[in-house]
Design a protein around this ligand. Structure first.
Ligand SMILES: [Zn+2]
Length: 198
């Protein structure tokens, strides 16, 4: 076998979260001994461990591991990065796309690392505003570019399934540092992420 992906869970955490899920499911009026639900507490525990794995990861280290000296001074954009996170108020998903741009200042970063930085901060309990800020500050402080911009567009299940039940609303958040604080650069970036290049 030349490739094998391993999943590892902290078994003690799995066990404790599993026991609590069993209680929650029963409190909600279900029968945890019926066939379809027998393994649900454990599956739910593992799903939550996966979806919050960002707590154990260091986004700055991921970026540092793939920084290369390069004399490139133009805007680098990675757009339409899929993101899935959990709203910290309801523990329900919010999901959408992130668009990231930076202008190098002597160093570029491996392009696949930017989606990984998004994942590190998305895979924990979050609000969209802080997620945007976390990604922005991490890139700004680690790569130290001439400028960095982050835009996130996301739909929130806590709005869609409950509460106001607004099915089609999308929340947009953005953050800009350095060169992107000038209107001209910011508008160029916003134009490039809104045009369909594919
Ligand atoms: Zn919520």
């Amino acid at each position: 076998m030349s490739y094998r992906k391993l999943e590892e869970y902290d078994l003690q955490v799995t066990q404790e979260v599993k026991n609590r899920y069993k209680t929650i499911i029963e409190e909600l009026g279900e029968d945890t001994t019926r066939e379809g639900l027998l393994k649900t507490p454990e599956r739910a525990a593992k799903a939550m461990q996966f979806l919050t794995q960002g707590y154990d990861m260091d986004a700055a280290e991921i970026l540092k591991g793939a920084m290369f000296a390069e004399d490139y001074n133009e805007m680098v954009i990675v757009k339409d990065i899929e993101l899935y996170s959990l709203c910290e108020h309801h523990i329900l998903p919010f999901f959408g796309k992130a668009h990231i741009a930076y202008i190098p200042n002597g160093h570029i970063v491996g392009l696949s690392k930017l989606p990984r930085v998004v994942d590190v901060f998305a895979r924990r309990l979050q609000v969209q505003e802080r997620l945007t800020h976390d990604i922005l500050e991490c890139i700004n402080n680690t790569l130290k570019p001439k400028g960095v911009a982050v835009v996130i567009e996301a739909s929130h299940m806590c709005m869609m399934m409950r509460g106001v039940q607004k099915q089609n609303s999308v929340t947009t958040t953005s953050g800009f540092r350095g060169a992107f604080e000038s209107m001209e650069t910011r508008n160029e970036f916003l134009k490039l992420i809104s045009s369909d290049l594919s």
